[in-house]
Design a protein around this ligand. Structure first.
Ligand code: SAM
Ligand code: SF4
Length: 334
């Protein structure tokens, strides 16, 4: 399926819930967001139906996200059901990792192929400050569990925020000994920047990837490590998407940089998003949404198909540096 700008759209990002066991400072306000009623959230069977319809239109990859997808009841069964849908080639997930140790074997057996784990710091106190409630050791245990279960690739996503003063070299070094693909993601202006419920986004907090690459290279040299070099095609992780990948020569993993702001990759955008309450979003940065829940609830596949195609037709050519969105990242599905 192609959009009106000629891009092939074959990737669906599905938010399973707006609920989360963390309260990350850049993602949601301290008290959490006003949660959707259970009745508003797509039921598991409705999500399955949606993926059937999407697959018939050409969607091949599905990523489950949220909120925290692992707090959604029935997530393992959903992974199994989606994996079995004709046309779907892989099912992946973005998670904070906390529940992986107890769930990863079942998820793998159900067909989950790969996982992105979000982790922004290796300092326990800073981890608590960023997530407000989380414990570093829980997310680290999630990473260990994902590797042990044989999910591949395992990517670690770190949002870079200037005022947080994260230790980026420590992160990059995670790729040295284990097949971890560390990716630095520029902080994005999603949700309210200021005021009640604001996430405090400001352009000063964005660290352009070019600057970060230089900084990590300089710190690596000072620490006696070899310079980062562009990753060879064979070492790039599957599903490499919009990241640019580097590696330390001889390392087991890679270091990637995702630059939604400093280097738009809208021209390569291949995705549609669906929120937990069944709104199709053509673009992360746009508040345009198309309701597919009513069609799914009415069991009307043709109407659901129509909604997906309308959303596809409404995909903008790029985000045009838009700042702020009505919903927070946890409500949209990051
Ligand atoms: N709870 C899961 C997790 O944290 O991986 C999945 C949902 S979370 C919204 C998905 C990703 O969005 C996380 O990697 C998170 O760090 C990222 N994210 C949230 N707010 C962001 C922002 N303002 N800018 C950039 N990334 C953001
Ligand atoms: Fe939860 Fe993920 Fe948002 Fe953190 S980034 S509050 S873990 S949804």
């Amino acid at each position: 399926m192609k959009d009106s700008h000629g891009r092939v759209i074959d990737y669906l990002r599905l938010s399973l819930t707006d609920r989360c066991n963390f309260r990350c400072v850049y993602c949601m306000p301290e008290d959490g967001v006003c949660q959707m009623d259970h009745g508003e959230i797509l039921r598991i069977e409705e999500i399955e139906r949606l993926v059937h319809v999407a697959a018939s239109l050409g969607i091949r990859s599905v990523r489950l996200t949220g909120g925290e997808p692992l707090v959604r009841k029935g997530v393992v069964d959903l992974v199994r059901a989606i994996t079995d849908i004709p046309g779907i080639e892989n099912v992946s997930m973005t998670t904070n990792g906390v529940l992986l140790p107890q769930m990863v074997d079942d998820l793998k057996a159900a067909g989950l192929s790969r996982v992105n784990i979000s982790l922004d710091t290796l300092d326990a106190e800073q981890f608590r400050a960023i997530t407000r409630v989380g414990r570093l050791e829980d997310t680290l245990a999630g990473i260990d569990a994902a590797l042990k279960a044989g999910l591949s690739p395992v990517k670690v996503n770190a949002v870079t925020v200037r005022s947080l003063n994260q230790d980026f070299l420590a992160f990059a070094k995670l790729s040295l000994d284990r097949p971890l693909h560390v990716r630095f993601i520029e902080y994005m202006p999603v949700g309210n920047a200021e005021g009640e419920g604001g996430t405090g986004w400001g352009v000063v907090d964005v660290i352009p990837s070019e600057e970060l690459i230089e900084r990590i290279s300089a710190e690596a040299a000072a620490a006696g490590l070899p310079a980062l070099v562009p990753a060879s095609r064979s070492s790039k992780p599957v599903g490499w998407g919009p990241a640019r990948y580097f590696e330390f020569p001889g390392a087991a993993g890679t270091v990637g940089f995702i630059s939604p702001l400093s280097r738009h990759f809208c021209g390569e955008c291949n995705r549609l998003r669906v929120t937990a309450d069944g709104k199709v979003r053509p673009c992360l940065f746009s508040d345009d949404e198309y309701d597919v829940r009513a069609a799914l609830r009415a069991g009307d596949d043709a109407a659901a198909r129509g909604v997906l195609l309308t959303a596809l037709g409404a995909k903008p050519d790029e985000h045009h540096d838009k700042v702020g969105t009505e919903r927070n990242m946890s409500q949209i599905g990051g």
